[in-house]
Ligand binder design. Structure first.
Ligand SMILES: [Zn+2]
Length: 167
């Protein structure tokens, strides 16, 4: 089967790969021309392709997540991943902080960019009826005296060290 192209360097299957989905038999199919497909295309055209053109190949670790998959992996309940408006990415040769900063400085139409734990960048677009928020955040794990570390979102795209100071 031919791969479905979303922009010059991005294909639909990059956004629907999930070992968790395979393991749990979750249907990851996206209808060509449907809402999820339309969002993914816009995400590619406005954000991911410009990142690719400037910084090089982009690895997508998580793209589209049907709500069942999102629940299984502990995503936030109103996650932009659920309707194809978000992707978690890394770019080889650049730190996630550098990638997040580059998007923030060069692509003003993003809705949210989150520097996540120094490991990857979450980037999303807004729906067609809402102005993009242009909100940059840093996610860090803050150790607690008891129990597991807590995830905290700090305003602005920061190094993990600086974000922890403000947590
Ligand atoms: Zn994400």
């Amino acid at each position: 089967m031919d791969r479905i192209k979303l922009s010059d360097n991005f294909y639909l299957d990059e956004f629907t790969r999930s070992q968790t989905a395979v393991r749990h038999g979750i249907d990851m199919s996206v209808i060509e021309g449907g809402l999820v497909y339309t969002h993914l295309r816009r995400l590619c055209k406005t954000i991911l392709q410009p990142v690719r053109d400037e910084l090089g190949p982009v690895h997508i670790s998580s793209g589209y997540r049907p709500s069942k998959l999102n629940k299984l992996i502990g995503g936030s309940s109103n996650s932009a991943h659920c309707n194809g408006k978000a992707a978690d990415i890394t770019v080889s040769g650049y730190t996630p902080l550098q990638v997040a900063q580059w998007i923030d400085e060069n692509l003003p139409n993003y809705d949210q960019v989150i520097h996540e734990f120094g490991q990857w960048v979450h980037v999303s677009i807004s729906g067609p009826l809402r102005e993009p928020r242009g909100s940059g955040l840093t996610a860090v794990k803050v150790p607690r005296r008891f129990g597991n570390p807590k995830t905290v979102y700090i305003p602005y795209i920061l190094s993990i060290e600086d974000a922890l100071k403000r947590a």
